[in-house]
Every structure is written in structure tokens, then in C-alpha cells.
Ligand binder design. Structure first.
Ligand SMILES: C[S@@+](CC[C@H](N)C(=O)[O-])C[C@H]1O[C@@H](n2cnc3c(N)ncnc32)[C@H](O)[C@@H]1O
Length: 253
């Protein structure tokens, strides 16, 4: 099983449905932020006779993409990883969980089972290509659900408001291309405001679905610590190399 550890930042090849995976990257510790980008609630498509009818689009058939028989199966998957992950959220901490629009209900139901309270959501509208006169259409496909252990405190007049919307392209920062174009890559411009708002420098972020390592890279760049899990060897390796590159970039001298 692959593992990269640099200055207390860890990415480990492991299944986020196993409580022992969290121990491997956290020991007994709890974290102020669980940031999770799980596989989305995409369903298997079947023809009239029940045979699989997989869509032809390459991106959606990517090896990092999982399909579920129905929403109940997705909810079972969510329960398997979210309950042990929620156990690692410290008192006063938060969970941010990305999903497509169909995944909102099953995730919200399991979060409630874990005792988490909804704190609203973050909408990411993704910009398409330029049209004839330079216009770009923003398509809303992804949403992050935010939860805490207690109801969110009322904001005082001087309090910063939590980030709630973001509009950008899939790879405005040009990073996805450097790290093998994960189909669900999350850009730094999207992650940075969330990590800044929900953690302080030096605090640790837990990411149970590392993919190409965007969460760990953002955490390191912002002076936070990262503990990440990833099931697939290729993406664990990419995450580890990306973390090493980020640590090298920020090394003094
Ligand atoms: C939505 S993607 C994450 C993309 C990532 N945010 C990025 O920017 O590259 C979900 C990832 O979870 C991984 N995964 C799926 N099931 C898993 C499991 N049970 N445990 C750990 N990782 C899993 C997939 O291999 C995939 O890379």
C-alpha cells in the first residue's frame, strides 16, 4: 500500500470505508475540517432488458468514476465512509462534502445519522467555453454541503460570511493538467476560501477521497496540514508526488 509522508502531511492508499484507514493517517487525532470529495451519485444506466448501457463520454467512464445501481446504494456507500469519517471531526469542527445534485439527499440523511447539522452549501458554477461574442455559460453541477455539530452561530456585524458561491473553469489555475487531469479535479481558487474560512494555519484537514491531491496541495499552500486517503494506487501516487512538489516549492531557500 502506497504512503507518502512529508512534514506530518500524509497521503495513504486506503479505503475510506474502513475506520482503520483513518487511524493510519490520523492516529487518535480529530480534525477541525473534514473536506470530502467522494465519488458522485452517478447511476448505472440500463437498457429495457436490464443490460448495462454505459454512456460513451470518456470523462464519465474514467477509471476514477464509480456508478451505483440506485440512490439507496449510494446512500449505503455514503454511510460506510461518512460515519467513520465524522467520528474524526473535532468539537466545533465542520464537514464539507462535495456532490452532484442527486447526491444531496442521501448525504444529508447520513450526515443527520452521524449527528451533523446542516450549515448551508457552496455552489460551484463551472464556466464553459467562450461563445461567439466571448460570453461563457456557467453550468451548475457540483455543490458542497456544509455541516457542523451545532447550529451555525448568528453572524455579528464584523464577522466574515462563509463562502457560498464560486464561479470558475474546471482548471483556471492550470493545475489539473500537471497532475494527470483527474475528472473531478477541484481548483485551488475553489478550495482556498473554504480552507481559509474553516481552518486556521497549522490545523489539519482530513480528505478521505484524495484523487489527484487537490485538497492536500491547497492545505500545504495555505500552511495547513493534510491527511488524505485514496483507494486507487495511481491517484495515491499522483497525490504523493503533488504533495512533495508543493512542500519543495514552499521550502525556505
Ligand atoms: C471525486 S474524486 C476526488 C477528486 C479530487 N478532489 C481531485 O481534485 O483530484 C473521488 C476519488 O475517490 C477515490 N475513491 C473512490 N472510492 C474510494 C474509497 N472507498 N476510499 C478512498 N478513495 C476512494 C476515487 O479513486 C477518486 O479518485
Amino acid at each position: 500500500m502506497l504512503r507518502t509522508e512529508i512534514d506530518g502531511n500524509i497521503v495513504q492508499q486506503a479505503d475510506s470505508r474502513r475506520p482503520s484507514s483513518y487511524t493510519a493517517v490520523l492516529g487518535d487525532a480529530k480534525v477541525p475540517l473534514l473536506h470530502a470529495d467522494p465519488p458522485y451519485c452517478l447511476l448505472v444506466r440500463r437498457g429495457k432488458k436490464g443490460q448495462r448501457r454505459d454512456p460513451k463520454k470518456a470523462k464519465i467512464n474514467h477509471s476514477a468514476v464509480t456508478r451505483y445501481e440506485n440512490v439507496a446504494a449510494y446512500q449505503r456507500f455514503t454511510r460506510a465512509w461518512l460515519l467513520p469519517a465524522a467520528d474524526r471531526i473535532a468539537e466545533g469542527g465542520h464537514a464539507i462534502i462535495w456532490t452532484n445534485l442527486m447526491g444531496r439527499e442521501p448525504i444529508t440523511r447520513v450526515a443527520a445519522e452521524a449527528g451533523l447539522v446542516p450549515h448551508g452549501h457552496v455552489l460551484w458554477a463551472k464556466l464553459g467555453k467562450k461563445g461567439n461574442v466571448g460570453e461563457r455559460v456557467a453550468r451548475l453541477y457540483e455543490v458542497a454541503l456544509v455541516f457542523g455539530w451545532t447550529a451555525p452561530p448568528a453572524l455579528g456585524p464584523g464577522d466574515p460570511a462563509p463562502p457560498r458561491h464560486h464561479i470558475s473553469g474546471y482548471d483556471d489555475d492550470g493545475e489539473a493538467g500537471d497532475w494527470q487531469h483527474h475528472p473531478n479535479h477541484k481548483p485551488m481558487s475553489l478550495l482556498a476560501p473554504l480552507l481559509r474560512f474553516y481552518t486556521r494555519p497549522g490545523e489539519r484537514v482530513l480528505e478521505p477521497f484524495s484523487g489527484s491531491g487537490s485538497t492536500a496541495a491547497a492545505a500545504l499552500r495555505l500552511g495547513r496540514k493534510a491527511s488524505a486517503l485514496e483507494l486507487r494506487q495511481t491517484w495515491t501516487q499522483v497525490s504523493g508526488e503533488r504533495m512533495a512538489a508543493m512542500a519543495q516549492r514552499d521550502a525556505p531557500g
